[in-house]
Write a protein that binds this ligand. Sequence first.
Ligand code: ZN
Length: 300
Amino acid sequence: MRPKTQRAYRRTMHSYSLGFGFRPPYQLLVDADFCLEASKQKIDMATELENTFQEPTKTFITECSIQELRKQQGPAAAGANGLARKFERRRCPHTHQPIASADCVAQVIGPENKYNYCVGSQNVELRNKLREIPGIPMFYVKSHMIIMEMMSKKSKEAIKKLEQEKMLPSAKENEKLKSAKMIASTKEEEPKKKKKTKGVNPLACKKSTKIPPPPPKKRKRELEEKEKKKKAKKEEDEEKEPSVIEPTPEKQEDTGADDTEEKKKKRRRRKKTKKTDAEQQVTPNPEENSSNNNNDVEEQ
Ligand SMILES: [Zn+2]
């Protein structure tokens, strides 16, 4: 067998294992015609199966197939019976009334191939029939070798569907997603409620009403006291300010008045002095001057 074909068989069995859960040792179910053809072509069954599947295998044969082989005659039939004895027997519901080997195999496989059998048959009709059921690897004898069929369209489609289903969330995952969505929705709702409660919560309102008022009173008192102090200061300032501000004009006026009075006095004194001088010039008596001075004082 070419390594290329061996790789192809490995790939097909790998895809069967991924898609349908085939695991080694692979269970092979063969019919009477397969055993006859293998004995005709003198195939070394063990080595050929190993080359084809490249994994440990268990070969089964049904009672109906054994009964059919026993009816055959000739050298090929003897070899086939010898092969069948080496295989494990698969019980079928036809022990008392055996049916055709191909039909028995089809019945054992059933509509779903529950037990993951790989079917070995030379019957083309049987293989065509089983090709319609997804997940049945099939093999046959040809040119002294065991040939594995390529994967059927039904099997490929089933694997594609499975892959798509795997991509989608499972039932459990859906439940988890739903719960997560619910949680997310509740989480989304909660903040809204909080926003609402912030405005509506009466306790918060009471706190806001209770606490703020006192400071205003205190502030009012403080403000009132401050205002009083300010007023008092202003009054004081007003009282002080005029004395400070007014004096300058008053003083100036006073000074002006004083000046005028002083000037008047000076003028008077000057006039008197002039008069006295004139008198002294006329009558230079110290006593009279003193008397004149006294007169000035009296005039004032
Ligand atoms: Zn049967």
